[in-house]
Design a binder for this molecule. Structure first.
Ligand code: MG
Length: 338
């Protein structure tokens, strides 16, 4: 197998603001894994605050020598184990290998990944579209742009949380997923806010408190009328034991957990611990989003809006129907080139 990669700047339609920063593009590295006549596609998305960059991905990918692996399917676990142990961290760069490898195996096997995973397309949850923190007039524009979505995900954690919700509620009654991105600091005030949000048809609350405040998260989960989901507090499978009693559920992102193989293991372990599951994403092209969608029917909620928020997706945009991502009968992750 041979690996190649290139950097790519993914431009956002709107500057993206969450509780503590703002940006206009997301640096990516796009990968291709070739074996015989087949090519698998992968992607690393690296929002700067997470610590990876095209430079760190380049350094990590340069360490790899995949030339000795001659059977992608039979050696999948071996390959991914080799990649993971090569250096700590580098979760997004590792995901770029994992996604390309799954795509490659699907193409060799002439089967969609979702079929190989045993996913039931009939169980695909609605997809949500994220509304970042912004001025009321921009928020209204974003809500209009999200008209194909039946659920909105709202970023809170600023001084204007109620204004933002009231602005959205002036034009739509759609259910809301709330993501505070650690923006609330006090558990009692967070609980008050959650009660108010429930009255406003919020469905779940993601990372309301700083990730270090595990005892407060446990208290909030115990008292909250809505599910409390760990995002920043949960990265990889090894984090599950530490946080599982403090949250109702977890947000799985391929870029955090190194890809589809580990995501599958997390889903299994989370279900065994009675945790709810949200499948989330970073700013990503259709490549990483299509990959995550292959496992989405195993989850309770889906927030895979990456390709719908960007203006230069280099692949064909992920298809949605009736507010849900469509799992097509295409080999691998079902990525279509333009
Ligand atoms: Mg989040």
């Amino acid at each position: 197998m041979k690996l190649t990669w290139q950097p790519y700047n993914l431009q956002l339609k709107h500057p993206f603001t969450i509780s503590n920063f703002s940006r206009t593009f997301t640096p990516l590295v796009l990968t291709q894994l070739t074996f015989e006549d087949y090519t698998g596609y992968g992607e690393a998305s690296m929002p700067p605050y997470l610590g990876e960059s095209p430079d760190t991905a380049h350094a990590f990918l340069s360490l790899l020598d995949l030339s000795e692996f001659r059977d992608p399917k039979e050696q999948k676990e071996e390959i991914l184990g080799y990649v993971d142990q090569l250096a700590p961290g580098n979760a997004a760069a590792k995901a770029a290998i994992d996604i390309a490898l799954h795509d490659l195996i699907g193409k060799i096997e002439k089967a969609p990944c979702w079929k190989m995973f045993g996913s039931d397309p009939g169980k695909m949850p609605y997809n949500s579209c994220t509304i970042g923190i912004d001025k009321p007039e921009v928020v209204l524009k974003k809500v209009e742009e999200a008209k194909d979505f039946k659920v909105l995900k709202v970023k809170l954690g600023s001084e204007d949380d109620k204004l933002l919700i009231n602005t959205i509620r002036s034009v739509t009654a759609k259910p809301l997923y709330i993501d505070a991105n650690q923006g609330w600091k006090d558990r009692s005030r967070a609980l008050e806010m959650i009660h108010w949000l429930k009255e406003n048809n919020a469905v779940l609350i993601e990372q309301p408190l700083p990730k270090q405040q595990l005892d407060d998260a446990a208290w909030l989960t115990q008292h909250s009328p809505l599910p409390i989901i760990a995002d920043e507090a949960f990265q990889r499978l090894t984090d599950l034991d530490r946080i599982k009693d403090a949250y109702t559920g977890i947000n799985i992102k391929l870029m955090k957990c190194t890809g589809l193989a580990e995501a599958q293991k997390i889903i299994k372990a989370a279900r065994a611990s009675n945790l709810k599951i949200l499948m989330g994403c970073m700013s990503e092209t259709s490549c990483a989003i299509n990959a995550a969608a292959q496992l989405a029917p195993f989850c309770d909620w889906v927030d895979l809006d990456g390709p719908f928020m960007v203006s230069n997706n280099p692949f064909k945009t992920t298809e949605m129907k009736d507010g849900k991502i469509v799992l097509k009968n295409l080999d691998g992750i079902g990525l279509e080139l333009v």
